[in-house]
Design a protein around this ligand. Sequence first.
Ligand code: SAM
Length: 371
Amino acid sequence: MDVVEVTEGKTRFFVPRQDPHLQFPPGSGPVFYNSRMELNRDTTVLLLSVLRPGSYLDAMGASGVRGLRVAHEDGIPVTINDWNTKAVDLIQQNVEALGLAAEVTREDANVLMSGRTFDAVDLDPFGTPAPFVDSAARSAGNYLFVTATDTAPLCGAHLKAGMRRYFSRPRNTEYHAEVGLRTLMGFVVREVIKYDRGVEPLFCYAHEHFHRLHLRLRYGAAAADRALARLGYVMQCPQCLYRSEQAGMLPEPEECPLCSADLVPVGPLWTGRINDDATLAAMQEALPAVTVGTGARIGRLLATCRQELDTSSHYDYHVIAKHLRVSPGGIGTVIEQLQALGYRASRAHYSGTAIKTDAPLPVLEKVISGG
Ligand SMILES: C[S@@+](CC[C@H](N)C(=O)[O-])C[C@H]1O[C@@H](n2cnc3c(N)ncnc32)[C@H](O)[C@@H]1O
């Protein structure tokens, strides 16, 4: 294989010199590497430097970069797997070049995860992780990490694909990144709690073309019930911008208090917090010591996530301003004015025009229109 050497974080490794977007049948073809996912891998290396699991499975390794970095930079025992022979050859070459003691396997990830357990399991497939979450839920001890790049099905843009994969009804709203992240989280939670295990979010975020979950798993039916209680719906008005949240397995009919239309349920999805503040604080503290190329961006991401409210939707203040035919002021000013009126208000980590608040929509509209 024609390879080229690249560096991410403190790790130098070989990747194929080719177009990574070429399509081949499953289990064959060239080895995948996408430098644009560096921030995704950097956050994993940083978080694992804090969590320090006893073992880590990179279930879909490709070049092996993720597992290589976890082994080399965090010193955590890793297993790197892929079902593609060429990928496994390259992973082995990288492991040897770095002098790591990492285990390399060539199996269907579902077979591997059905037969063995690892303290932390990481899924990074092409597109949807849905076919792998059940076996990962059985394989993972304390931590389960999941990447999804099928943002269109998750966000409601490809409705039927979203319903098939996640058994949820997303809706293409202006807060689609939030819906995608919470739809993915809701699906993973349903896959885990059937085994009487609980799920707690540690650090979950939406970024560019992917969603990423870092979750802690707990043992016991009581922990599973706590996660179950967080499943619910965003109830969106089809005529105006009003929305509310409902907990529960089935949505209750609800009328829009502003225009009397029947609200449309979006979900089931995860409601409530998507981050653990103590974990984010520990990551901020560890960031200067962990050499990651996207460190400045991760610093900003962590800071925004720490102040972000845990509402399951946001208002896009440019959309509201357009609706009201006013020119929008600065987002910071709008947030400060809402807070001065006694409401909670924050930015959201995935959009520069998103405002999360518990202020009623008419109050937000009044603030945006300068009233
Ligand atoms: C998106 S790439 C992984 C990228 C890699 N984690 C990284 O950070 O660069 C997905 C990989 O999953 C592998 N894969 C897909 N389905 C698989 C399966 N059922 N079992 C094992 N590997 C699989 C593919 O061969 C491919 O190398």
